[in-house]
Every structure is written in structure tokens, then in C-alpha cells.
Write a protein of this length. Structure first.
Length: 483
């Protein structure tokens, strides 16, 4: 609502004063408040703070071609630094409640697929190249054009699919759902708990957290998600002190021996931009960069659309505000991640937790980014929140994003089938990119067989062709002699 509209709506008194910060971030205009933005910033941080532990574990456990490993302490510093800086830049430049950090999945590709073929400096150089290519795609308008070419119903399906995906992440992170080991000799891929039933104190903390969160949401309590995280963290601290808990997973809820830790910036700038071309074949390098670009490109696209839709920031045409700047900042984050050896940084779907708390602007990013900055020095204190206390927020946000399914016309198979595949493939393959690809390919195919090929935007034809290459990458690599 503009200031002029506000005056018309309140003829009986003067319009409330709006600060310069409010005007810059459009806090009141978007129906938010400072309190909601601050709560949202905290909620987003606590649901994605696990990356400070997980990223060093993934990258630090791998060896490059020469048997070298990356220092975990330096990785923690680099991860926190990039997350802090890029999240603040996104808040100020993009004005979206969208936090960034090292991308899961992308870091695994770097650690276990790229690093064994070259040195760590060369591998991180490929990440920088990937980010630069994405920036070029943004500056040429191609990345934004692809997003605008997507039918509205598919955008809604992407949001719903992400909702299911993020809820699944919450269940898995908490140990409520686990993967059945292949040695079990069963065709069922997942199960309840670790043994087919719920066991252990950590899972109980998660279940209580889910019940508390949904109860607070049903009562429409302000700060429901953040209240749940804080309360269940306290419960977890108490449980850990009085019960014999074998493992909480990545983060253990216990008061640290020291509150302050010294950051080590030794990995900053340790990359070689074109060194990979001297370590392996040109075709291999191209395919590796292609994989990174495609995953980052569409993961971000899905995340930006999903978060913006949930925050009700899309315009009447389904477009994201300031999309060009948002995508450029995301590309720059990939460059920053490679340049710091913390792997490609990207937009985090866990930002939906902050949106669930009411965040609607980039002001919440100042809070999230500030907490990541504090983590450079107060890492031991800020990582006492166990996944079991934070994961209920993801389940709740999954529900909130799922509600958009009602806007899809399920009677029109030409859009309903691609929408269904988009929604189903995301959680079932644990990948936003895979879900988008399945939906795109199905949409183009069905439009073609119905004689409506002319209705398909040419960018969707090209993107679907790229996804066919992406899905068939293994036989293509074998034909080219890469494997």
C-alpha cells in the first residue's frame, strides 16, 4: 500500500511516520513489521545453520587428485563468511527474504566428482567459472527470460513441490524418516525412524516440536516457528543433560566449553580459474561445468519462485520483483563460494522458515547475515540448536507452501500432468532441479502431441532439450569416451 493510499484509507488522522529504512525495504508497503522481519531472520538462520557443520564435513572428508584435504576450521570460516556477506547483499540489493550459503548437492559434486580429477584449487576454479557463466546468462537476460516463459501453473507446481521437498528434508534431518540400508534386502527405500519405529530422545524432541509448531500455527500465534525452535532447543538441552543420548547427528545440544572461536581465513582466494583444463580432458571439464550450471540455475529458479510465491510477492503476471538483480546476486554468490573454497553458494529454500514467520523483505536478511557473521566468532554458541529442534519449522513451512496446489487446474491434463511430475519428482529424487526438468519435458511433450506446439515458448523448447541431455548424461559421457 502506498503512502497516498494510506492517507485515503485513514481520513480521520495523519498517516503514521515511515522511516527511511522502512521505505528502502518497503516493510510497511509489503504488510510486514520490524518484529516479523527480525523473527523471520532468526528462524531462517536456525533452520540453515547446519551448513556451518555439514559443509566442512562434506568438503573436508574428500581428497583431491593429489591426496590433499581441506582444513575443516578454515572451511567453517569460509562457509560462514560467504553466507554472511551474500545474504546481506541479497537483502540490500534484491530486497527478498532469501538467504544464501554453500549449496548442498553442489558441494557433494565438487567433493566427490570434481576434486578427485584435479587439485582443490582447480576444482574451486570450476565453481568460479560456473558462477561467472550464470552471471553472463543473467546479464544477457536469458536466465530471467526462461523464468518468465514458464506457465503460471508450473510455477505454482514448483512451489508445491518445494513444499513437499522441504517437509521431507525436515523429516529426514530429524531422523523421523531414514533410508533403509541396501543390505536389508527390501524394495522399500525409506522407513519410520532408524529401525521401522520411532526410538530415541532426539526423535521425541522432533515430534514434540512438530506438535508445538502446528498448535501455535493453528492458534495463529505470532512468532510460532521461532518460538518452537527456541522452546525445543531448551528441551533438547535438558534432555541431553539428563538422558543417555547416543547421537543427535550433526549438532549436539550442549553448552560449549568456549563461546568465542578465532576464524581462519586461510582458504580465501585459493583457486585456479583455468587450471582444470590441464588436469583432465576438455570434454570432461565442459560436462562438469554444465552439470554445475544446470543444477545451480534451476535450483535457484525454483527457490526464488517458491519463496516469492509463499511471501505473496509475485505480481499479477507471476513475476518476481527485481528478478534480474536477485539472479545476478545469486550468480555472484557462486563466484564467492568458489573463490573462498567453500563450494558454490546459492539461495536456500530454508528461507521459507523466515517467510513463515512473516518476513517479506530483505531486512530479515540483515538479521540472518548478521548471525552468520557472529558465527565467525561465536560458532560454538550458535550451533547448539540440534536439527531435531529446527526441523519442525521445515515441516510447518511445507504445509504452508503446499496450500498453493489449489490454484492448479487439475482438469486440464496438458498442465496437470507436468504439474504432478514437478511436484512428485522433487521429493522423490531429493532434487529441485530434477522436478523442474521432469515438468518441463512433460509439458513440451504433451503440448506437441496435442498439436499445440506453437503455444510452447522457444526458451522452454531449448531448456527441455538441455534437460534431456542432463537426464541422459551417463550414456552421453560413455559415447564421448569420458567414462
Amino acid at each position: 500500500m502506498s503512502e497516498t493510499q494510506a492517507k485515503v484509507d485513514r481520513p480521520g488522522g495523519p498517516a503514521p511516520a515511515v522511516s527511511s529504512v522502512d521505505r528502502f525495504f518497503r516493510i510497511s508497503e509489503r504488510g510486514s513489521t520490524y518484529g516479523r522481519e527480525i523473527r523471520g531472520g532468526f528462524a531462517t538462520f536456525f533452520t540453515m545453520a547446519y551448513i556451518l557443520v555439514l559443509n566442512p564435513i562434506i568438503l573436508g572428508s574428500a581428497k583431491d587428485k593429489f591426496g590433499e584435504t581441506l582444513d575443516p576450521v578454515q572451511l567453517t570460516t569460509a562457509t560462514a563468511l560467504v553466507a554472511a556477506v551474500m545474504t546481506v547483499i541479497m537483502g540490500v540489493g534484491g530486497n527478498l527474504p532469501l538467504a544464501l550459503a554453500a549449496g548442498l548437492g553442489l558441494n557433494a559434486v565438487v567433493a566427490f566428482q570434481i576434486a578427485p580429477l584435479m587439485s582443490w584449487d582447480d576444482a574451486m576454479g570450476l565453481v568460479v567459472l560456473e558462477g561467472l557463466l550464470i552471471c553472463v546468462l543473467v546479464l544477457t537476460g536469458l536466465r530471467e527470460a526462461v523464468m518468465h516463459a514458464i506457465p503460471q501453473a508450473l510455477k505454482q507446481a514448483i512451489s508445491v513441490g518445494i513444499g513437499l521437498f522441504i517437509a521431507f528434508i525436515g523429516f529426514v534431518d530429524a531422523g523421523f524418516v531414514t533410508r533403509i540400508p541396501d543390505a536389508a534386502g527390501t524394495t522399500v527405500p525409506v522407513q519410520l525412524g532408524a529401525t521401522g519405529s520411532l526410538t530415541g530422545w532426539p526423535v521425541l524432541v522432533f515430534c514434540l516440536g512438530v506438535l508445538l509448531t502446528i498448535a501455535l500455527l493453528a492458534r495463529k500465534v505470532k512468532g510460532a516457528i521461532l518460538i518452537s525452535i527456541v522452546v525445543m532447543t531448551v528441551v533438547a538441552l535438558v534432555v541431553n543433560s539428563i538422558a543417555d543420548v547416543k547421537s543427535w547427528g550433526l549438532t549436539t545440544p550442549e553448552w560449549p566449553e568456549k563461546l568465542v572461536d578465532t576464524p581462519d581465513f586461510g582458504l580465501i582466494g585459493q583457486f585456479s580459474l583455468f587450471g582444470a583444463f590441464g588436469q583432465t580432458t576438455f570434454i570432461t571439464v565442459v560436462l562438469l561445468v554444465f552439470t554445475l550450471v544446470l543444477s545451480d540455475f534451476f535450483d535457484t529458479m525454483g527457490t526464488v519462485v517458491g519463496i516469492s510465491a509463499e511471501a505473496k510477492l509475485l505480481d499479477e503476471d507471476g513475476k518476481v520483483p527485481h528478478l534480474g538483480r536477485v539472479l545476478l546476486i545469486d550468480g555472484a554468490a557462486a563466484v564467492a563460494g568458489g573463490a573462498s573454497s567453500s563450494s558454490s553458494a546459492t539461495s536456500y529454500i530454508e528461507s521459507a522458515a523466515g517467510v513463515g514467520e512473516g518476513a517479506r523483505t530483505g531486512f530479515s536478511n540483515l538479521v540472518t547475515g548478521g548471525l552468520f557473521a557472529l558465527a565467525l566468532f561465536l560458532g560454538p554458541l550458535l550451533t547448539i540448536v540440534p536439527l531435531q529442534a529446527a526441523a519442525p519449522a521445515l515441516v510447518a513451512v511445507g504445509f504452508l507452501m503446499m496450500t498453493q496446489v489449489k490454484h492448479i487446474d487439475w482438469d486440464r491434463y496438458e498442465i496437470a500432468i507436468p504439474a504432478f511430475l514437478t511436484i512428485a519428482v522433487m521429493p522423490f529424487t531429493y532434487s529441485i532441479t530434477n522436478g523442474i526438468g521432469a515438468g518441463f519435458v512433460a509439458y513440451v511433450l504433451i503440448k506437441t502431441v496435442l498439436g499445440k506446439a506453437k503455444e510452447v515458448h522457444w526458451l522452454l523448447w531449448g531448456t527441455s532439450a538441455l534437460f534431456l541431455v542432463y537426464f541422459a548424461i551417463d550414456p552421453i559421457e560413455q559415447l564421448l569416451g569420458v567414462k
